[in-house]
Design a protein. Sequence first.
Length: 107
Amino acid sequence: MSAESDDILATAEAWRALGEHVALATVVETWGSSPRPAGSRLAVTASGRMAGSVSGGCIEGAVAEVAEGVMASGTPRLLDYGISDERAWEVGLACGGKLKVFVEPLA
């Protein structure tokens, strides 16, 4: 685990300690020219705070939207963005790569 990942996990835990609902998004697989490597993380709170990055900004908004639903339902989701995914182009993943992001609520 990198120091950056440790910092994001520490931030997420601090938010939880303050009573925030938090979801954690982790890049679990990449192919081609993906914006961030596997293991990159983004923490999202129900109040809209974010720390870290799973995409260098190009799909962060879409992942944050899913994170809201994950926090509400308690059900993790595996997201798939890439060249053949029209949603990826809509949110700005024009880099030509693919990535899978696992979004889970932190209990």
